[in-house]
Design a protein around this ligand. Structure first.
Ligand SMILES: [Zn+2]
Length: 105
C-alpha cells in the first residue's frame, strides 16, 4: 500500500524508468536483428539460396530474440539470435553453411 503522494510519485517515476530501459533494450535488439538479417541473407544468397521472408523477432530463451527464414528452393533454414548464449552464435543454419541444391532434400 502506497502511503503518501511522494511515494506514489516515486513509484510512478521508477515505473517510467523501467519502461524506458525496456524500450531502449527492445530498440537495440531490433537494430541488431536488422543487421543480422542483412548479413545472414547475404551469406545465404552467396551460397545460392533463394531466401524467403524472415519470421518476426520472437523472444528466445536468453535475453534477446530470434528470427528464422528458409530457402524457397531447397528448404534450408537459417536463424539469427540478437543476444546468443555464450555457447551459441548469432547466425546459424544450413542456409549459411551449405550451398543450395535447388530441391528439397
Ligand atoms: Zn536453397
Amino acid at each position: 500500500m502506497i502511503g503518501t503522494i511522494e511515494e506514489a510519485a516515486a513509484v510512478e517515476q521508477l515505473g517510467r524508468m523501467m519502461l524506458g530501459a525496456m524500450e531502449r533494450g527492445r530498440a537495440l535488439h531490433l537494430a541488431t536483428a536488422r543487421r543480422l538479417r542483412r548479413e545472414a541473407r547475404a551469406a545465404a544468397v552467396w551460397r545460392g539460396h533463394t531466401l524467403g521472408r524472415f519470421s518476426p523477432l520472437l523472444p528466445s530463451t536468453g535475453r534477446g530474440g530470434y528470427s528464422e527464414a528458409t530457402c524457397t528452393a531447397c528448404g534450408a533454414w537459417l536463424r539469427i539470435e540478437t543476444a546468443p548464449a555464450p555457447n551459441s552464435i548469432d547466425v546459424s543454419g544450413e542456409a549459411v553453411a551449405v550451398s543450395c541444391t535447388g530441391r528439397a532434400s
